[in-house]
Design a protein around this ligand. Structure first.
Ligand code: URA
Length: 234
């Protein structure tokens, strides 16, 4: 059995204890306990993931963004809304859906009593694609690994995919929204409701009716599934 003296015990010895036998494993445990903080609960794990993302340069969007838009809202409520990627206002503020589309999204969600305190909003890509272009498939593939981790942490009871990028990435399909909407799909056993992106509604107000129908379907699903969840409930 090895005999190890570390500075702590050397200091103890200097107070008059002349011989100390210390197991090396014991010292490692002591150091590990002091240095590693394991995040607890969904918000803690989300905060740790956000920290991990800071300064990300895994794709070319890293070099043009101003802020990473991690997502925000209530990560414990079990409802996750997924958009495409930050626009100019989101890039400026670091917050998702705060521009024109975001204001419309807030109204759509409010129509079924949802708001940023009872759901979480994130995007497929966390950095703004320049000139509001859609994210490339390689940018979506690289960045959606973080969304996957967000989903793994949150374990939502339902995901609402807004628009083609979100539907394509989450459901691995090229089928259009017109055909995907109207029924629930599945991402890793989580029900996914696909609807039009609010930006599409701003361009084509006729899409308001199908989105309203989708929201009614979502509301009735939430009632059956006990969503939104109370904090701390699984
Ligand atoms: N459009 C998106 O898809 N996401 C945002 O955060 C803002 C606009």
């Amino acid at each position: 059995m090895g005999k190890t003296v570390d500075p702590f015990w050397a200091a103890v010895a200097s107070f008059g204890v002349d011989q100390l036998f210390v197991l090396p494993e014991w010292i490692k445990t002591k150091v590990a306990e002091e240095q590693i903080v394991i995040p607890e609960g969904i918000p803690g794990k989300m905060a740790a993931l956000e920290e991990e993302l800071s300064g990300c340069m895994k794709c070319p969007l890293g070099s043009t963004r101003k802020n990473i838009v991690f997502g925000e809202g209530n990560s414990e409520a079990g409802i996750l809304v997924v958009g495409e990627g930050p626009g100019a206002t989101e890039d400026e503020t670091g917050r998702p859906f705060v521009g024109r589309s975001g204001k419309l999204l807030d109204k759509i969600l409010a129509s079924i009593d949802l708001n940023r305190e009872n759901l979480f909003i994130a995007n497929i890509v966390k950095c703004r694609p320049p000139n509001n272009r859609a994210p490339s498939s390689s940018e979506s593939e690289i960045c959606s690994k973080f969304l996957e981790q967000q989903i793994e942490i949150m374990k939502p009871g339902v995901i609402i995919a807004l628009g083609a990028s979100a539907a394509r990435t989450l459901l691995n399909t090229r089928t259009g929204i017109g055909l995907l909407r109207g029924e629930f799909h599945s991402y890793m056993d989580t029900p996914v409701l696909v609807t039009y992106h609010p930006a599409a509604l701003l361009r084509s107000p006729a899409l308001k009716r199908p989105v309203w129908e989708d929201m009614k379907r979502l509301k009735s699903f939430m009632g059956e599934a006990g969503l939104p969840r109370e904090s701390g409930e699984k």
